[in-house]
Ligand binder design. Structure first.
Ligand code: G3P
Length: 218
């Protein structure tokens, strides 16, 4: 399963990308509006850092506007993926942009029916928002299971990009279900590394090593 960073923060992206486990980045208007500087320059920098798919989202809500902004975003860098919302105009723009060879990530997906439409429109990625479903007392991961099943049934090439991940269990469940990608905020990726037994075990190994060497020296 691929791991994307869900952030527009250059420093956080640099830090995690340097470890060598990051496959791409997703952004949205909320995330990019938190960062200083021109968003196009920031997206370009992110592409240079990760050298993998980087999603930038349109803010237009009509077909013509989405096409205009989609072309703009696609021209920033060859790694750019155009993110469109799952609306009628978004699905129409997805079909048109995909037809031109531009990769599209269809975002704000909250049902399997919506995911089916995105696949039919040639989306490269579908983004079900699991955390936001959990927030309204609906099991977000069940939606991922349904989408994986439907896409497998028809061999749709659209990749399932699990978004709105809030904790490591979302990521582990997504991997067990066979989702293609999880996109996570930097803090959630940091959590993946941690286990108290790893910390305790390492401390003991180092202490024992030190003791043995002190004994040899004495
Ligand atoms: O990738 C979508 C993601 O940014 C939404 O996450 O935590 O705002 O629901 P969240």
């Amino acid at each position: 399963m691929k791991l994307f960073i869900d952030s527009g923060n250059i420093k956080d992206i640099e830090t995690l990308a340097a470890i060598g486990i990051i496959d791409g980045v997703t952004t949205n208007p909320t995330l990019l509006s938190k960062e200083p500087g021109d968003y196009r320059d920031n997206l370009k920098k992110i592409c240079q850092i990760v050298k993998g798919p980087v999603s930038g989202e349109v803010t237009a809500t009509d077909f013509a506007g989405m096409m205009r902004e989609g072309h703009d975003i696609a021209h920033i860098d060859s790694y750019m993926v155009v993110k469109v919302p799952l609306t009628r105009d978004g699905i129409k723009a997805c079909k048109a942009l995909s037809g031109e060879g531009i990769r599209v990530n269809v975002t704000l997906c909250f049902s399997a029916a919506q995911a089916l439409l995105a696949a039919k429109a040639g989306a490269s990625y579908i983004s079900p928002f699991v955390g936001r479903l959990d927030d309204v007392a609906t099991n977000g991961m069940e939606l991922v299971r349904e989408i994986v099943e439907i896409y497998d049934n028809y061999e749709f090439p659209t990749e399932v990009l699990v978004a709105s991940c809030r904790h490591p269990i979302h990521i582990v469940e997504a991997a067990r279900m066979g989702a293609d990608i999880c996109t996570c905020p930097p803090a959630v990726i940091d959590q993946l590394f941690n286990h108290p037994l790893t910390a305790i075990g390492l401390e003991k190994f180092l202490k024992d090593w030190e003791k043995a060497h002190e004994a040899v020296k004495a």
